[in-house]
Design a protein around this ligand. Sequence first.
Ligand code: PLP
Length: 422
Amino acid sequence: MSHQPALTALAAADPEVAGLVEAEAQRQHDKIRLIASENYVSQAVLEATGTVLTNKYSEGYAGRRYYEGQQVIDQVENLAIERAKAVFGVDHANVQPYSGSPANLAVYLALAKPGETIMGMALPDGGHLTHGWTVSATGKWFDAVRYGVRKETGRVDFDQVRDLARRHRPKLIFAGGTAIPRTIDFPAFAEIASEVDAVLVADIAHIAGLVAGGAHPSPVGHAPIITTTTHKTLRGPRGAMIMTDAGHAKDIDKAVFPGLQGGPHNHTTAAIAVALGEAATPDFRDYAATVVANAKALADALLERGFDLVSGGTDNHLLLADLTSKEIGGKPAAQALDRAGIELNYNTVPFDPRKPFDPSGIRIGTAALTTRGLRPEHQPQIAAWIDRVVGAAARGDESVIERVAAEVRELLAGFPMPGYTA
Ligand SMILES: *Cc1c(COP(=O)(O)O)cnc(C)c1O
């Protein structure tokens, strides 16, 4: 059992770190990974991240760098950019942001001044910290207005979005989030943004792989600025991109460098190019469709078992279950599920009466298990395990949890994990 590519030199030089990496590989192999922002990257992506490209400094952009020796790096970055443009159908792509949060910061830097008004979805309703939530720099440095979902439907309240936009006239409106189980209506956001002269920013961090694979409508043509991570459903390395129309290209590039960052992480850029190459294949379209089919099948199976899903189901890769009716909090449930080999995260649900650190819900995503090869026919079994473990945890019955962990390992033994040989 070992990590692939093999950690030969690492094991010889630093057995302590090598041992930890091996332990993590085995942990990822043995668990059903349902954290909605996670995935398994291919071995090709893994190899690209572990290359000598990490040795090179290349502040600036291709053809306009501040250090010599960019003959190869320029080609790597241009390849990633061209692939991003082709996969998403955008005019311009910046592939240098270190991660999703700095990508969003760069957008603020390009388009708003401190103290100006911006608008995003409230964190407890499914938004991201960087969309102006209170504890984030974006909530402290800007006058942040927050919209949410309707209590009855669990879906974005567009009447509220319109009212708030008219009243506060934000410079930027963020559409997107981290716990949104339904299709994001980019045209509806675009109409409101245009009415109040705001720039619409589509943050597709969670759904980028679905957009690339044709399983979620694209924001292109509706949002002039699109930010995304590359490591969630898109299944690339940890990184981010900002994609824009031609009119915003220069301002965004300037904001990323020299506005916010120094040298780009070239090994990551290479791995982004590899992931985008994969995202352009028919196999990836099949993956994206299966992610959604798996989520729907899991949602149906959980609903049958009496789980209360925010919005009543899902359109994408993500479900949000309110465990109030199961008489257990999200956190103890998530901890018990992890012991049972089912890894997910506790999460607030909209209008959650409990505290963010001990909320009512759990968030479930199907990207990683889809990469692993699990299909809709496996979802009733996963729902049954979740149900058994949540019930057992509510009763304090640890024996059930151990039995489920063994059953999970047995199922997963038939589904190889990229980056690991069992
Ligand atoms: C994950 C995420 C981010 C932040 O990405 P990091 O790489 O964790 O900084 C930003 N926006 C949304 C909607 C996300 O889901």
